[in-house]
Write a protein that binds this ligand. Structure first.
Ligand code: FA5
Length: 339
């Protein structure tokens, strides 16, 4: 084909391009590796040497002009196609009320977790996220629970073949956070925990806890009492009293069990609080000096408190859930019934 004929053909086809796909085909046909301009270029060698330079330059000009026109045209076409698509999307009115479809909602654990996070954040704590697989050191040793310590039996553990564990409690993050934040911080960390339990209405193998820690100079257990009372009062939207009883955890000294006034009977006495007016709520205490030390914090200068409660249990109390197994069941009818 000669140059003039090709120029005419390009001219007539380029003005007919309508879509991005047309442009791609056009590019292949004329400018591609086996395109017609490239083909024409390869015929130069058949010309007389004195003609080659002149014709070669003309083919190059045609190539450059075609490329540049195609580039501009393709951009215009793409813009137009995008605008048309956006206009079509506008026709879906996202403000029309949802009449026919059921609206989804958050799982009760997500709801309660966000409430707890919000109230602790308002008191200056920040939120941390932890892994579900942790090392034996993080879950036990760094918490003053060496191998063969009887406290390990209290938490029937899922061991992985590499020696790691599915965390049995959110306390497994304590060492990590002490190392991350140094001696002055306040944090809470909700997370899923795993224990190889026999299942019943109040025990699951996978459940949620929330851990809280505050470390600084001059921290005392009365700070903890204040924070827990304020948090529970906010979650239950009624005045909650708290009290401490002596307890035991290897990673706190002294250790306590914290009870909350019974939300079901307002301390008149009911079957849930076994007529005592108090519900056992969480373990807590002052962080053991060894734990601080293993986290790189000087126990002679700094102290802190730690607490850990069952977020799943809190959800059960707040929403009146009688059987814990509903929460992991994926049974939408039961979950929907939880208000
Ligand atoms: C602990 O796990 C300690 N790490 C708590 C702690 C933190 C103490 C910081 C001191 C300082 P415990 O094993 O008691 O403690 O568990 C705490 C809560 O987790 C329980 O009160 C309960 O609400 C919840 N829990 C424990 N096992 C289960 C289970 N199988 N199913 C549902 N909830 C559970």
């Amino acid at each position: 084909m000669d140059l003039n004929k090709l120029r005419t053909q390009i001219e007539s086809e380029i003005v007919a391009l309508k879509t991005d796909a047309d442009c791609v085909t056009f590019h292949q046909k004329f400018l591609g590796k086996n395109g017609m301009i490239t083909d024409l270029m390869s015929t130069l060698r058949n010309l007389e040497p004195e003609m080659r330079g002149k014709v070669g330059a003309e083919i190059n000009t045609l190539k450059r002009d075609t490329e540049s026109r195609l580039f501009t045209l393709q951009r215009e076409i793409k813009d137009r196609e995008l605008n048309e698509k956006l206009m079509q999307d506008k026709l879906v009115d996202i403000t029309i009320p949802n009449i026919n479809h059921e609206v989804g909602s958050f799982h009760p654990i997500t709801r309660i977790s966000r409430e707890v996070e919000e109230v602790f954040q308002s008191m200056g704590f920040h939120i941390e996220n932890g892994r579900e697989i942790v090392t034996e050191y993080e879950n036990f040793e760094s918490l003053n629970v060496p191998a063969n310590h009887p406290a390990r039996d209290m938490q029937d553990t899922f061991w992985l073949s590499n020696g790691d564990v599915l965390k049995t409690h959110t306390s497994a993050l304590q060492n990590i956070l002490l190392k991350k934040h140094g001696p002055v911080f306040g944090a809470i960390f909700p997370g899923r925990c795993y224990r190889n339990e026999n299942l019943d209405a109040t025990h699951e193998m996978a459940f949620f806890q929330v851990e809280g820690m505050m470390v600084s100079e001059n921290i005392s257990i009365s700070n903890l009492i204040y924070f827990m009372k304020t948090a529970l009062t906010a979650v239950f939207k009624k005045d909650i009293k708290v009290r401490l009883r002596p307890g035991f955890f290897p990673f706190t000294e002294p250790s306590f069990e914290l009870d909350a006034s019974c939300i079901f009977c307002n301390q008149v006495g009911c079957s849930i609080c076994k007529q005592s007016g108090w519900i056992e709520f969480c373990g807590c205490g002052m962080i053991h000096p060894r734990v601080l030390e293993m986290g790189g914090v000087d126990p002679n200068k700094y102290q802190g408190f730690a607490f850990g409660f069952g977020l799943t249990r809190l959800a059960m109390m707040k929403y009146g859930i009688e059987d814990i197994r509903v929460l992991n069941s994926g049974n939408l009818d039961s979950l929907r019934a939880i208000k």
